[in-house]
Design a protein around this ligand. Sequence first.
Ligand code: C5P
Length: 233
Amino acid sequence: MNKDVIIALDFDSKEKVFEFLDKFQDCKPFVKIGMELYYSAGPEIVREIKKRGHKIFLDLKLHDIPNTVKKSMKVLSELDVDMTNLHAGGTINMMKAALEGLTRADGTRPLLIAVTQLTSTDQESMENDLLIKEPIDKVVMHYASNAKIAGLDGVVCSPLEAGKVHGVCGENFLTVTPGVRLAGDAVGDQKRVTTPLKARELGSDYIVVGRSITGAEDPVKAYKQCVKEFLGE
Ligand code: C5P
């Protein structure tokens, strides 16, 4: 299994992204492009970063009727990304349609990961706004099982949930985990954080690291520290 460190490129312009990536001369990190960058810079930014030799997780969290998601996923797979995602709340049928759309004519496809409940959703808002009355942990695991049933490759979750997800969905079901900080770094708006080393011990498959790398005085050094701790390299 290809465990890796993914850098969240949370920048609001193409110029800032390339200024950041230019610092990496002797390695090509796996990077995450989110909605802000994609909607401001468009699909061209994906092609340009790909051309520079980076693997890409396109984090657009699709959620619509199955037919629309299927056709949108086809467009994303033509962009040649390595990983993308959707909301498991779109139902098993939507996730199955997404996989069909994502699969290229030669049978290859990017990894497809589900978001279960966003970490911004808590028990209270889930009950009051969504009328879901079950405990949130149970809902998260149920959505993860649905993703597995639909044939997806894994879920986005906290490193602290990675073991439980593997227990429910199997060791090969991927856990892609944000909420990671190098020891001593500011937590910011994340509620519960773990270090790359701890995430490794907890069984995460991919860690997504933003500010601990992008906000570091020496981002390349911070990235290499994450790789060393998480992959033991
Ligand atoms: O800067 P930081 O390491 O907190 O960035 C984490 C990245 O992971 C951000 O791009 C954020 O949007 C994303 N993310 C998250 N929590 C989730 C899902 C995605 O922090 N539950």
